[in-house]
Design a protein around this ligand. Structure first.
Ligand code: SUG
Length: 439
């Protein structure tokens, strides 16, 4: 079967702000309370999508979720008109209001875990919405995200959308950010590598491990993956403690290439051997390990070297790493990238992209997209409104420029007028995407 990778990016919502809400995510903590620029954030995200469309890649988009999340505020006992709820929550529970406004669904890598139809027992493409249960502000994403995924991947003959796992710490799941698929070519059966940070029931120490082995195993079972091609490996505690709150902060893989930091896993050699065994004769793994000596873990995390998109770029023989500008600005990572592309390994070019607004909340290029490997027939079955070309990007940017603020402070969240603006902006975006049924 021939298939290609489609990137569905999260469209950054009008309430993008620096809430400092993610313990263990150093960028989120360091920029807490800063003034954000939602308009610039959304334009940056859309420009990244435009870059990939111009390169000849297939690009989709996921809409922002309803914000503020009135269901969350109502669950906390706030009632009355929308304006009254926002005003009162701003006075009585400002932290909760911040959570209700979070634009964190922009990080689409956390929206779901995806298994392409070539890997599943019923030959359908499976998606499981992530419960994101570790962080309050993210734990409320899945009902609306599931609804969006059901609308977009509606064809039940081809797609199976699973609701999130139970919202208990034993089932903590953060979606594709802890999942890597390796294969000979996208349409061939893959080896699915699930990376967990702790076992169910394991007591918490230090920064939270947001993915459990039980969650990963449950998803693999529900997707009907073959045991011999499915691996569960543990993320190193060292990486989590250094700020790698998801595996995709220290590792990215595509096709036959795994690009990872020496300290991403406890035992890298064992991980590579397990992949080789699962791959059998189908492909020869090309590991690119970045040594601690050349790029200290601290630099890898602050520069987000690994939170890059690793892409088969039309017209290029070797893979392209689409990395954040911060990787170019950090000496060790820039030097590593220069030496890497000068060598004869599988990654032949590094392209830098400006997603600074998202980066300041700990979200690089890879966080912003959900990868979905699809056949042409599957692509043709997706809700067409979310498939992008440059004309649609222009239209979305027009709405963003017209309806988004270019300056948002934490205090602005308590302004009922802002809640109104967010709703107007989202409705206009949904209309453009042909998804007004989600309003
Ligand atoms: O879950 N940041 C997100 C960043 C997610 C990045 N995704 C991947 N690595 N795939 C998180 O920590 C910060 C929000 C705030 O503090 O306002 C936040 O949620």
């Amino acid at each position: 079967m021939s298939a290609r990778e489609v990137n569905f990016d999260g469209l950054i919502g009008p309430s993008h702000n620096y809430g400092g809400m993610s313990e263990g995510n150093l960028a989120s903590a360091n920029n807490a309370g800063d003034v954000s620029n939602p308009r610039e954030a959304a334009v940056q995200g859309l420009e990244k999508m435009r870059m990939l469309i111009r390169a000849g890649l297939t690009q989709g988009v996921l809409p922002p979720l309803p914000r503020p999340n009135f269901d969350l505020l109502a669950a906390a006992g706030f009632g009355g008109s929308d304006a009254e709820i926002v005003e009162l929550a701003g006075k009585k529970a400002p932290k909760l209001l911040k959570a209700a406004y979070s634009a964190s669904s922009m990080w689409a890598a956390n929206a779901a875990t995806v298994s392409p139809s070539g890997d599943t027992s019923d030959s359908r493409l499976h998606l499981t919405a992530a419960n994101l249960s570790t962080m309050l502000h993210r734990s409320t994403e899945h009902p609306d995200m599931t609804a969006a995924l059901v609308s977009i991947f509606a064809d039940e003959d081809r797609f199976a959308v699973h609701g999130a796992l139970p919202a208990h710490p034993d089932f903590a799941d953060e979606g594709a950010a802890n999942h890597v698929r390796l294969c000979a070519e996208h349409g061939a059966p893959g080896v699915e590598l699930f990376v967990f940070g702790r076992d169910a029931g394991e007591s918490a120490v230090g920064f939270p491990a947001r993915q459990t082995r039980l969650a990963s195993e449950s998803i693999a079972r529900a997707h009907g993956l073959r045991d011999s091609r499915t691996l569960f490996v543990r993320q190193s505690r060292t990486a989590i403690e250094a700020g790698a709150f998801h595996n995709d902060v220290v590792c990215v893989g595509t096709l036959d290439t795994l690009f990872f930091h020496e300290q991403a896993f406890d035992d890298s050699e064992a991980v590579l051997n397990a992949i080789r065994e699962a791959a059998g004769d189908d492909f020869e793994l090309k590991p690119v390990m970045v040594p601690q000596e050349e790029v200290p873990l601290e630099d890898a995390i602050s520069s987000y070297l690994f939170n890059s998109q690793l892409l088969q770029w039309p017209g290029e023989d070797r893979l392209v790493l689409l990395a954040p500008l911060e990787t170019q600005e950090t000496e060790s990572t820039r030097a590593f990238c220069e030496a890497m592309v000068a060598g004869n390994g599988p990654i032949g070019r590094v392209q830098y992209v400006d997603v600074r607004q998202s980066m300041r909340n700990g979200g690089g290029p890879a966080c912003l997209r959900l990868r979905v490997v699809m056949s042409d027939d599957e692509i043709a079955s997706v809700h067409p409104g979310v498939m992008l070309d440059e004309t649609k990007i222009d239209a979305l940017q027009g709405i963003v420029r017209r309806t988004y603020r270019d300056r948002l402070t934490p205090a602005d969240l308590a302004d009922p007028q802002f809640a109104n603006e967010c709703q107007i902006a989202r409705e206009a975006l949904l209309e453009e995407l042909g998804l007004s049924s989600l309003v």
